[in-house]
Design a protein around this ligand. Structure first.
Ligand SMILES: [Zn+2]
Length: 142
């Protein structure tokens, strides 16, 4: 399954013990985020059920459900963030398998090891991250 690592690659200089530690951190993170998503999902269901049973007799009037709606959009927002993180975490695990972990996915330079230890799933070095965030802000029309 694991492809042989090319010996002439400009791979990141992360020692195997640190890499293993980061992999464990990523897997723990993956499980934690997945559990959080499950929890949010049942919270969302509970809110939906609440609306149908408790307020069913009020028909489609949602005026009184303002807080429920706010709660639902909060859950949706957090769910979106969690899905993002989950995708980043599995990408990072994939890069570990391909021997490209720790390299910026934009410019190919090694990512600062301290940055990796703080955020094991980051895909970009600080410079590229800032550029990408600026581009994102521009796309958002700011
Ligand atoms: Zn970069």
């Amino acid at each position: 399954m694991a492809a042989p690592t090319p010996t002439d690659s400009a791979g990141p200089r992360i020692d195997p013990a640190t890499l293993e530690e980061l992999r464990r951190a990523l897997i723990a993170r993956q499980e934690q985020v997945q559990a959080e998503l499950d929890r949010l999902d049942s919270e969302m269901r509970a809110l939906g059920a609440d609306q149908n049973t408790v307020r069913g007799s009020l028909g489609n009037h949602i005026a009184e459900d303002g807080s429920n709606v706010t709660e639902q959009s909060r859950i949706l927002a957090v769910t979106g963030d969690m899905r993002d993180i989950l995708a980043q975490v599995s990408d990072a695990l994939g890069r570990m398998d391909h021997g490209t972990y720790g390299l910026c996915q934009r410019c190919g330079k090694p990512i600062n090891p301290e940055r990796l230890e703080a955020f094991p799933y980051v895909a970009y070095d600080i410079d590229c991250q800032q550029i990408l965030e600026r581009e994102q802000a521009l796309r958002a029309g700011r």
